[in-house]
Design a protein around this ligand. Structure first.
Ligand SMILES: [Zn+2]
Length: 168
């Protein structure tokens, strides 16, 4: 096996450990999914889940989910810079997701009943930021940057302001 191939397998093992869906691991590493399936079973001890990948409209289905996705996107944008609009920056995404999980444990989960975004959902957001299917806007009232999806049933307005109004 060539060194570059070993490097690809190294990344695949790391991503499988993180719980990234195999179709995405295959896309990122260029390793065929048929090769990855037994690897997944060996690493995690169970069959990889199949079925459709989550969609951003599903991820952004409630105001609190939109607020949490906005935190994840902001961390990713600050880790990856403008390069994330040209291609998905996997290293920045993993670093941002680590930080996001730490934050969710200590802060976000106290104000939200949603489960924190997993690495697959974080990757979907990163992909859709790159394609423009999701975009961030700045709230003129509370000044935070928040995430909106082109195809989403929520109105494209600030989740924090919407949650505040709801709680009043
Ligand atoms: Zn606002």
């Amino acid at each position: 096996m060539k060194l570059a191939a070993i490097g690809r397998f190294d990344i695949a093992v790391k991503l499988i450990h993180r719980g990234l869906r195999l179709s995405i691991v295959s896309h990122v590493t260029g390793i065929h999914i048929k090769t990855l399936r037994p690897l997944h079973r060996e690493i995690l001890g169970y069959r990889p889940p199949s079925g459709q990948l989550p969609s951003t409209s599903g991820i952004l289905s409630t105001r609190s989910a939109q607020a949490m996705a906005s935190v994840m996107a902001a961390l990713y944008q600050s880790a990856g810079g403008d390069g994330i609009y040209r291609q998905i920056d996997m290293e920045a995404l993993l670093a941002a997701h680590d930080l996001y999980l730490e934050l969710s444990k200590s802060v976000i989960l106290r104000v939200s009943s949603d489960k924190p975004l997993d690495i697959t959902q974080a990757w979907i957001i990163a992909r859709d930021i790159q394609t423009g299917a999701v975009y961030s806007k700045c709230c003129s009232h509370c000044r935070i940057r928040y995430l909106c999806a082109v195809a989403c049933r929520l109105p494209p307005s600030c989740p924090i302001c919407a949650l505040r109004k709801r709680d009043m």
